[in-house]
Design a protein around this ligand. Structure first.
Ligand code: S3P
Length: 188
């Protein structure tokens, strides 16, 4: 008896892509780490940690208020704590970290423990166009576009040092970035 092939679906719509371990998204402000991280985590059924969001929840203040009331050093200490906590998980977990986290040697050591660190890389012009109207990015107040250009160049070697993979996001929409990052994770 021949099978009615029309009843056999080749799709598995409810099956989630299999991934393991901890994936960390790094890169400058505005490159889409939080948005990509959230969508990706949901797609694969992983936990999601946005370090800035966890810091705001723990302290009960916005990032901007933490910078102005307690100083950047205080913020950076909390950032290291949250990153260390997140990296204790075995996964599957997606972590999106603030753009400046790579500046600390201790954070670089922590990032080394992740299974995959993806640098979402964008040009200063792209970054600027995405964050120019942002109200909760204290570093924006330190020099406008010139400041972003300087910061992007200053941090590039740190991003390169800690990342396993680079995804250039200038010309990509969010869905494409999610798909590219997922592919890297699945190929681990
Ligand atoms: C910062 C980036 C911000 C936030 C804080 C400092 C930075 O996070 O952690 O304002 O030093 O680049 P995003 O990269 O998510 O904007």
């Amino acid at each position: 008896m021949s099978k009615d092939l029309s009843l056999i679906s080749t799709e598995a719509p409810h099956r989630r892509p299999a991934v393991e371990g901890v994936l960390v998204l790094i890169g400058m402000m505005g490159v889409g780490k939080s948005t990509v991280g959230r969508i990706l985590a949901e797609k694969v059924g992983a936990e999601f940690v946005d370090t800035d969001q966890v810091i705001e929840e723990r302290i009960g203040l916005s990032i901007k208020s933490i910078f102005s009331q307690r100083g950047e050093g205080y913020f950076r200490d909390r950032e290291t704590e949250v990153l260390a906590d997140a990296l204790r998980c075995s996964g599957p977990l997606v972590v999106s970290v603030g753009g400046g986290a790579v500046g600390r040697p201790e954070n670089k050591r922590l990032l080394n423990e992740a299974n995959l660190v993806v640098w979402l890389r964008a040009s200063p012009a792209t970054i600027w166009s995405r964050i120019v109207d942002s109200v909760d990015r204290p570093l924006l107040e330190r020099g406008g576009l010139e400041g972003i250009i300087a910061l992007t160049h200053a941090r590039s070697s740190d991003y390169a040092e800690v990342s396993t993979v680079v995804v250039d996001v200038d010309d990509l929409d969010i869905d494409r970035v999610v798909a590219d990052v997922l592919k890297c994770w699945q190929e681990l």
